[in-house]
Design a protein around this ligand. Structure first.
Ligand code: 2P0
Length: 325
């Protein structure tokens, strides 16, 4: 039996498309910040008495496609470790109520950590990152804290993440504006594949990311938050242009997303340095220097209730507890 705690991450240079859908080898590199506020804890117990994997998330049983995806992942761990027992998985996502933030990054990172440890594998963090990748691409980066780079690689051995700066020594911070949606969202897995296949801009996107990776890493080295924020914002908008330009086109924006973007533009017009990024949903995350936090929260509170504004500094890498000993 083992338990792991992994934090979610938000990409500053996005991953949007796979080269190999089975191994989850991405088309491009990507770069993220792990967040302190949002995490998953998962306990895994391989039990000879079980006749199938049993999975609970937030105290509810997981069935159907969700269970099949986790069983496929556990099959990999069984293959690697030579174990044949089924597992009991108990997972809790710690995100503010109704956050609507995707948690597959922290979920599969925590599952990779707990399942591999419970199966007696003692993986290096690089190998753990490769294993987490097989569950969900963004989970590759959630093994590490702080700022993290996922090298796209070209096969299972070469596609893994590495930390750039695990403990931040400057004031980069994020704030999530919680925007709810009732609309059934298009999964990132489906959405990114649709962009790869049908957006006429996909080749340009690969060039954009190659350039943004260079700019972003130099800006991190220089602790230059305006350049980090500006590059992340442009990168996110160009990723979202891939959704609009797919066939059929779609978007993760809703009307409140545009309201949030307008509010951020207004803060910038007032001379406050803040930028936004967005993922496969309507929530907007603001990127800024923590010394400006109060002015940004006060400014956004004119439009959004304060309980919808969640501040998060950078968070730590995965922690794993072996409970057999
Ligand atoms: C990212 N996203 O870099 C990008 C930006 C969302 C937008 O990674 O199919 O859940 O499991 O590999 O990792 C979300 O996609 O997709 C994601 P799969 P994943 O964070």
């Amino acid at each position: 039996m083992a338990t792991a705690k992994a934090h979610t991450n938000i990409a500053l240079v996005k991953y949007w498309g796979k080269k190999d859908q089975d191994l989850i080898i991405p088309q491009t590199d990507s770069l993220s910040m792990t967040l302190d506020e949002f995490y998953t804890t998962t306990r895994v117990n391989f039990d000879p008495a079980l006749t199938a994997d049993q999975v609970m998330v937030n105290d509810r049983p997981v069935t159907g496609d969700g269970l099949a995806r986790i069983t496929r992942f556990l099959d990999l761990v069984r293959q690697l470790s030579g174990r044949h027992q089924f597992a009991r998985v108990d997972s809790h996502n710690h995100v503010p109520t109704a956050a609507g933030l995707a948690s597959s990054a922290s979920a599969f990172a925590a599952l990779a950590g707990a399942a591999s440890q419970a199966a007696g594998l003692h993986l290096s963090r690089r190998d753990l990152s490769r294993l987490a990748r097989r569950g969900s691409g963004s989970a590759t980066r959630s093994i590490y804290g702080g700022l993290v780079e996922w090298h796209r690689g070209h096969d299972d051995a070469t596609s893994y993440a590495e930390p750039i700066m695990e403990k931040l020594d400057f004031g980069l911070e994020m704030l999530a504006i919680m925007i709810n949606t009732d609309r059934k969202k298009i999964s990132s897995r489906y959405g990114m594949q649709s962009s790869v296949i049908s957006s006429p801009y996909y080749d340009s996107w690969k060039e954009v990311v190659a350039n943004d990776m260079v700019t972003m890493k130099a800006a991190i080295t220089a602790r230059d938050i305006p350049t980090i924020g500006h590059t992340a914002e442009e990168n996110a908008l160009r990723m979202h242009a891939l959704t609009l330009s797919a066939d059929p086109g779609y978007t993760y924006f809703n009307s409140e997303t545009l309201t949030a973007i307008t509010a951020i533009h207004r803060l910038r017009e007032q001379g406050i340095s803040c930028y936004f990024t967005m993922d496969a949903g309507p929530n907007v995350k603001v990127i800024y220097d923590r010394r400006d936090r109060e002015r940004i929260v006060d400014g956004l509170a004119a439009t959004f209730d304060r309980d919808r504004l969640v501040v998060s500094p950078a968070g730590p890498g995965i922690e794993i507890w072996d409970e057999n000993n």
